[in-house]
Design a protein around this ligand. Sequence first.
Ligand SMILES: *Cc1c(COP(=O)(O)O)cnc(C)c1O
Length: 422
Amino acid sequence: MTHPSAGTATTNLGPTANGGSDHTPPGQIAATLTTLAARLREDQKTNIGFPGSFDFDITPLLEFFNFLINNIGDPYLGSAYPANTMPMEREVVTTIANLLGAPVDDRWGYVTTGGTEGNEFGLHLARERFPDAMTYFSRAAHYSVAKSVARLRMPAIEIKCDRDGVLSYTDLRRLLLAHRDRPAIVLATAGTTMTEAVDDVHQIRTILHDVPIRRFHIHTDAALSGLPLAFVPRSERAGYRLDEGADSISVSGHKFIGCPFPSGVVVTRRSLRDRIGTAVDYIGSADTTVTGSRSGHAALVLWYALNTLGMSGLRRRADEARQVATYAHAQLQAINWPALRHPHAFTVVFDQPAPAVVKKWRLGTGEGRSHLVAMPGVRTDQIDALISDLVASRNKAQTSTPVPDRAPVPPRAPYPRDGSEL
Ligand SMILES: *Cc1c(COP(=O)(O)O)cnc(C)c1O
């Protein structure tokens, strides 16, 4: 299978551009687009390692992609730019805020470029509340968290986690005690990148009260699991929502919901957001969001998805995805391939297979383990095909001289554990 790189020059804009011509012949453009479409279609067949959903059809919205739609500014204050979808954006925030347990009379949020922006928003908000705080995040936190914390120049400490990916409450308690003279910002994860583990914000809050630290902010990075977990009764899962101890939460829009481009939603309490953002006459709004211009199409697609699926559709998607994940876990066990699946998770983690299998199925891989993510749209026949590949690769490895594994992924540079300024 070949994957022409996106950087291959096939038009007159590439490095081999013909200086004499100012445009690319239409036939050449059409050929490039046909190649791209084929590559994307081909990719969908075996992409079960990255947590995107492919089953959502936005055809009825295509006409809107001929319009510039810009939700510049705060969605609740409107904007001097009228071609916006802010009323839809507010409905999206309301629906997501309901799922994430935000107080009805004290909630705020907006549609972001993705989970990463929502996390950076949450961390920035936390720092504005407590400029002298120490930030704590687990080793299993998304790789972008260390980057955002560094970019915001927040002193931070990495917390250990167990092999299943859950933050170590013992290590957190120890380090909070060591820094109990400072406010605390804790970044919890609902659905860690490798194993889809969930850190319990209720337990984190209890530890903060015990230490005691009274001035704190807990942000939940719920990019992957925040929405599907909302359909699981509280008694059967860890706490991660605003009514369970979090102060701000970020989710992705292209993961569980299936928006075909990166997007997300961040939700917090309005009373907290009132600390940030200044009024800007030019945009007729307040500059409370991380970016300036914001995609009106993202709000439109999420609004359409949430309204057409409804709560029952979202619940069904979560149930069906979990059935496929359960099936995958059982099939791996049936061939004696060591595998782990957290309760309610879409993710199944297993011992890293041969490089060719990792590559074909886009399996997220690190530290000797790989995972598949049974997002809505992943089918059991794909799991069956993966299982066949695993069995075949194992038989091949037993009958031939061992092929060298791909170069091991270097472990992430250890984060300073002393909380020194970066
Ligand atoms: C996907 C993911 C992110 C990043 O979200 P984007 O929407 O890709 O920016 C952050 N944290 C976790 C746990 C994720 O799964």
